[in-house]
Design a protein around this ligand. Structure first.
Ligand SMILES: [Zn+2]
Length: 275
């Protein structure tokens, strides 16, 4: 109501195209990416605001809620996190009826077995069932895919200085804390651990926020293949491989398959121009 806020209109005058749908739409809003709801105590990193059209910005508030909820799934969470988690849980239940049932419907026996497998015991006064070692329902995948797609485009904009094209390719692999606790490592991060990467400061008022959101951005020397590694605290994270050249990743995948046989890639396409 009453038109865009003054801050948004000054910002969108300087950045006039939406970076989330390939620069085809005029930007009328500014969007925080990662969403503010992922951060504790209303402290989100400075400079992570991006020009967005109404459709891109408005289209994902339910997803943001789901992601904020996921970010709270830290079995060692601080009291503040747990309180916020409860409020979020109510909100998630309202927006996604039945979701929590799917995620947390496990008997005490199942919960105890799962916790034992992960080498965890509940904090004093809490049961195994309250530990939040969650199953991951299908609805979560779609939300993480959207978040990964947006954050990949946002960080490409920051690091490459231009808008990622609509038909560029993005491949995703994501993981939860449960994989870390169960195996002691995240396989995809382990494979990539010696690879160089850069990141911008993740601060607000001098406070470092890498305990909640951290990333590394890598690019191969010709500049056609990029990689992003992201972790949200101890809750979840992802790796994306992406190229602004339409068909580049698709071609690369074909070549790898031809060399190594038809082993299925651990990454899946979330943006492709493949028909
Ligand atoms: Zn857009």
């Amino acid at each position: 109501m009453g038109g865009p806020k003054p801050k948004a209109s000054a910002f969108t005058a300087a950045h006039h195209l939406c970076i989330f749908c390939g620069g085809h739409e005029a930007a009328t809003t500014l969007e925080h990416c990662p969403p503010r709801s992922l951060f504790r105590a209303r402290q989100w990193p400075e400079k992570f605001e991006f020009p967005a059209c109404q459709a891109c910005n408005g289209g994902t508030s339910d997803d943001d809620l789901m992601i904020a909820f996921l970010a709270q799934l830290d079995p060692h969470g601080e009291p503040e996190t747990l309180t916020k988690g409860k409020g979020l849980m109510r909100a998630v239940n309202k927006q996604f009826p039945g979701f929590l049932g799917l995620m947390f419907r496990q008997s005490a026996v199942e919960a105890r077995a799962k916790a034992r497998r992960l080498g965890l015991s509940p904090a004093p006064g809490r049961t195994h069932q309250q530990m939040g070692i969650a199953n991951v329902p299908q609805a979560t995948h779609a939300c993480v895919e959207k978040l990964a797609d947006k954050l990949t485009r946002a960080l490409y904009y920051l690091h490459a200085g231009c808008i990622f094209p609509r038909d560029g390719g993005i491949q995703l692999r994501w993981f939860t804390n449960a994989q870390l606790l169960q195996h002691g490592h995240i396989d995809v991060l382990e494979v990539l651990k010696d690879m160089d990467g850069v990141s911008l400061p993740l601060k607000r008022n001098g406070r470092d926020l890498r305990d909640q959101f951290d990333y590394l951005y890598s690019v191969d020397p010709p500049g056609s293949l990029h990689m992003l590694r992201v972790v949200f605290g101890r809750a979840f994270g992802f790796v994306t491989l992406f190229s602004q050249i339409p068909g580049y990743l698709e071609q690369m995948e074909c070549e790898i398959q031809a060399q190594q046989g038809s082993q299925e890639s651990p990454f899946r396409f979330i943006s492709t121009n493949r028909k």
